[in-house]
Design a protein around this ligand. Structure first.
Ligand code: GSH
Length: 190
């Protein structure tokens, strides 16, 4: 989103693998939930620094700040917010759980892999139907819903989904992934 909007930013890498950096008192002031991402806008709503957690809220904030990627029409706006929340409540947590059971555990727990792997595939089915009828997730426009969802679909191999089975998701994935700002954003922080 920062790349798409051409906003200047500084990246602070937080290693969530050691179970410590995300819980450091300084970081908890930015994200009290101890998770990534978190941002600090030095020029917040009142001109003072403003810290934020929760990627969906951050995207809505940046869309409001820049006037980009959240349609102005009420229908377009609420369509985009629905699909943003679909990511926040479905794609993010379910794919994340699939990764936990399929990748992070030393000894794979088949029940967890099956449960979250099946749920991931079901969510791809929902996106497939939506993208068969629409160019982007919430309609004709590229929005913060697409920006939020793309990085999770970029990990389809981790949750063992073959994009060949979801041709419209694949078409959308290739189109979003070819945007220069997305290429730059996906290369952060390395
Ligand atoms: N709903 C949150 C989810 C944040 C989240 O779960 N972040 C994960 C990485 S994808 C994390 O920081 N995990 C580290 C931990 O739980 O200790 C958002 O969208 O910002």
């Amino acid at each position: 989103m920062l790349e798409e909007c051409g906003l200047a930013y500084r990246v602070h890498k937080i290693n969530i693998g050691t179970n410590s950096e995300q819980f450091a008192p300084e970081y908890l002031k930015i994200n009290p939930n101890g998770k990534i991402p978190g941002i600090v806008d030095p020029n917040g709503p009142d001109g003072e620094p403003y810290a934020m957690m929760e990627s969906g809220a951050i995207l809505v904030y940046l869309a409001g700040k820049t006037g980009r990627f959240l349609p102005a029409s009420l229908r377009g706006k609420y369509d985009a917010l629905q699909w943003l929340m679909f990511q926040m409540g479905g794609v993010g947590p379910m794919f994340g759980q699939a990764h936990h059971f399929m990748r992070a555990k030393k000894d794979e727990i088949p029940y967890g892999s099956e449960r979250y792997g099946n749920e991931a595939k079901r969510l791809y089915g929902v996106m497939e139907r939506q993208l068969a009828a629409n160019e982007f997730l919430s309609g004709k426009e590229y929005t913060i819903a697409d920006i939020a969802t793309y990085p999770w679909v970029a990990r389809h191999e981790w949750h063992r989904v073959d994009l060949a089975q979801f041709p419209n998701v694949k078409r959308w994935y290739d189109a979003v992934g070819s945007r220069p700002a997305v290429v730059r954003g996906m290369a952060v922080p390395t």
